[in-house]
Design a protein around this ligand. Structure first.
Ligand code: WT7
Length: 642
């Protein structure tokens, strides 16, 4: 890191009296949730508009599949859009959209309603009906958000696929979900240049039985191949549709979306979220953790809608709260490293939510860049995706937060749907690097195999009670759902998050990271076995082992060890490049190994298990620890020499 902040640091940072005095959330919330958690969640659900009131808050009789707000009906899009227009806030800007090449659009809630209605009418005209699945493979443009909301409005279940994923990944997800419609763009802007996107869809859906139509937004004006009858332009299909549409209410448990995430085995899991409980918690957390004041705040979450953070904290959380927010299409260094701070100044951003990897990137670029801007509008900062190291935390607070903005370090997962552990910004004295406290209503604990750990100890992070935005299953594989999340603590009935954590002497919680074979690269979840199977899919590769090695900027970097098949010529760098490219094509460029070593053998235990700990030692340049359980310790000398 090139930057340093003041050498002596306080242990914790209480909110300023001014911040605390105006905060949405006070300490009473903890007491209320403690007293009666179901009544507490009912109160949060009542922040939404229900068409039919629910009869029961929680039905856990079919555990581990929860039903929240049983019998209630609502329309998620109505709650995110129409409701604010009906409240006389139609002229308020919902989205300040900033395109990568410098174009921009302000979209009011009334305009958003008209756009979502047009899309809903067009989708209906295509024959789509509630329960159908729609794949959305788009860059961060307004039409992506409009598409998600139009699906929600019609009860169509959306599956957003990050636009950085390869056509193979798109195919896998489209097939798994059985999507009837795929929405995409001709291309996307990447660092000032258009890159094709529809081409990947063409490849992906070729022969995909479920897909009837591909709807294409013209974003970059690039040439595209066209399949008559299947492909439709957005401007011919959606734009001319009627801007009037009446939303119909759906059951609280109606499937809202599927979002694929990496597990410990090769095949990604389609995490299923439903409507009423999900929206309740996305909305509640956004309001209280980010202290949103809809009349004055300009909120900006830098995530992509391809991830859960974009779903919950760009689309459903902020819009349900009637926020004004910034949505930015591009990368933080396009056209230069000032881009984010120019945007903060242009719109007067007050709340900024990003990932530790980006904070560390900003540190590397140097504080002179943010220092050249007026960031005084920022009053609250958020962090998500991986543990934030204390040095980055202090830099973030001092350089971006003007030494006063509280930082909310928010722990949650695709599976949890919304934030679970985080400081409350007007209440908690924050500690650099700690996510600290389960939110009111959330029963998160650190446990050993059977019971909560003592202060000062580490263990597994579990959730002891159901929460409204919890996943309702893995699409098409309920056995895998039970097995992945509920088998480790089957007796206790606890949800196991896959993370390790430590409780400090004050009872604050420190998330330590995954305890399974899942890597965290720049806040993206990638499984070792997913990368391994991509590598073994290459004809030159006999066996592969992948580990996450610590990386100063990205948290972890992917390091692969590969054994070649008999008779394959090792062409060195050329082959290494080809193998790395294979992973990028098969999964996504974010999964491309940072290092790849061609080795004669892999270290295995006597039972044949690859010893990842030793490979991690090699990858991180450490001396080898105990190698006594290795079949042949000499294997290591050979690996290190490669
Ligand atoms: C995994 C979930 C939640 C949206 C982004 C990632 C890690 C997430 C934190 C945090 C420490 C964190 C965990 C978790 N993680 N937030 N504040 N502190 N670790 O969603 O792809 O589902 O990944 O990200 O390891 O299990 P995801």
């Amino acid at each position: 890191m090139t930057d340093t902040v003041s050498p002596s640091h306080p242990v914790s940072y209480p909110p300023s009296p001014e911040f605390a005095a105006q905060a949405n959330a006070t300490a009473d919330l903890y007491a209320a949730a403690e007293k009666d958690s179901l009544a507490f969640w009912a109160e949060q659900a009542d922040r939404l508009h229900w068409e039919t009131p629910y009869q029961e808050v929680l039905d856990w009789s079919d555990a581990p599949v929860a039903k929240w707000f049983v019998g209630g009906t609502l329309n998620v899009a109505y709650n995110c859009v129409d409701r604010h227009v009906a409240d006389g806030r139609g002229d308020q800007v919902a989205i300040h959209w900033e395109g990568e090449p410098g174009d921009s659009r302000d979209i009011t809630y009334s305009e958003l309603l008209a756009d979502v209605s047009r899309a809903a009418n067009a989708f209906t005209a295509l024959g789509l009906v509630a329960g159908d699945r729609v794949a959305i493979y788009m860059p961060m443009i307004p039409e992506a958000i409009v598409s998600m909301l139009a699906c929600a409005r019609l009860g169509l279940t959306h599956g957003v696929i990050f636009a950085g994923f390869s056509s193979a990944a798109v195919r896998q997800r489209v097939d798994d979900a059985g999507a009837r419609l795929v929405i995409t763009t001709d291309g996307q802007w990447r660092r000032g240049k258009p890159a094709p996107l529809k081409a990947a869809v063409d490849e992906a859906v070729d022969g995909a039985e479920s897909v009837e139509h591909v709807l294409v937004v013209n974003r970059t004006g690039s040439d595209v191949d066209w399949v008559e009858g299947r492909d439709l332009w957005w401007h011919d299909t959606v734009t001319p549709a009627s801007p009037e549409h009446t939303a119909e209410a759906f059951d609280s448990e109606h499937p809202l979306f599927i979002l694929y995430t990496s597990g410990t085995t090769g095949k990604p899991k389609g995490i299923l979220h439903t409507s009423g409980g999900y929206l309740t918690q996305a909305s509640y957390t956004h309001y209280n953790v980010f202290d949103l004041k809809r009349d004055t705040d300009v909120y900006w979450c830098t995530a992509d809608i391809g991830w859960i953070t974009g779903h919950s904290y760009i689309v459903y959380g902020p819009l349900s709260n009637g926020a004004t927010q910034v949505v930015y299409e591009g990368t933080p260094n396009s056209p230069d490293e000032h881009r984010h701070w120019n945007i903060v100044e242009k719109y007067g951003v007050t709340i900024y939510y990003t990932a530790p990897t980006l904070v560390r990137t900003f540190m590397k670029w140097g504080r002179q860049i943010p220092d050249a801007h007026d960031l005084s509008t920022i009053r609250l900062l958020g962090s998500v995706g991986e543990p934030i190291n204390p040095e980055a935390w202090r830099w973030y607070r001092e350089v971006i937060g003007g030494n006063s903005a509280p930082i909310v370090d928010t722990w949650w997962q695709t599976e949890t749907g919304a934030i679970m552990i985080s400081p409350l910004p007007g209440v908690t004295a924050t500690k650099p690097g700690s996510a600290q406290t389960p939110l009111p209503g959330i029963a998160a604990r650190v446990v050993d195999e059977t019971k909560p750990v003592e202060l000062g100890e580490s263990g597994f992070l579990v959730i002891e009670k159901p929460w409204p935005s919890m996943l309702r299953g893995i699409w098409g594989d309920m056995d895998r759902y039970r097995d992945t999340y509920w088998s480790h603590f089957a007796e206790q009935g606890w949800y196991f998050a896959g993370d390790g954590a430590r409780l400090d002497e004050d009872g604050d919680l420190w998330v330590l990271g995954r305890v399974d074979d899942v890597m965290n690269v720049s806040g993206h979840r990638i499984s070792t076995s997913e990368v391994e199977s991509a590598l073994v899919g290459h004809p030159a590769v006999a066996e592969a082992a992948v580990v996450g090695a610590s990386d100063e900027t990205t948290g972890q970097g992917i390091v692969a060890f590969v054994i070649l098949r008999e008779g394959v010529e090792n062409t060195g760098e050329a082959l290494i490049k080809e193998l790395k490219a294979q992973v990028a094509t098969d999964i996504s460029p974010i999964a491309r190994p940072r290092d790849l070593k061609i080795v004669p053998e892999l270290p295995k235990t006597r039972s044949g298990k690859i010893m990842r700990r030793l490979l991690r030692d090699v990858a991180e340049g450490r001396d080898l620890g105990d190698t006594s359980s290795l079949v042949d310790p000499k294997v290591f000398e050979a690996i290190r020499g490669s």
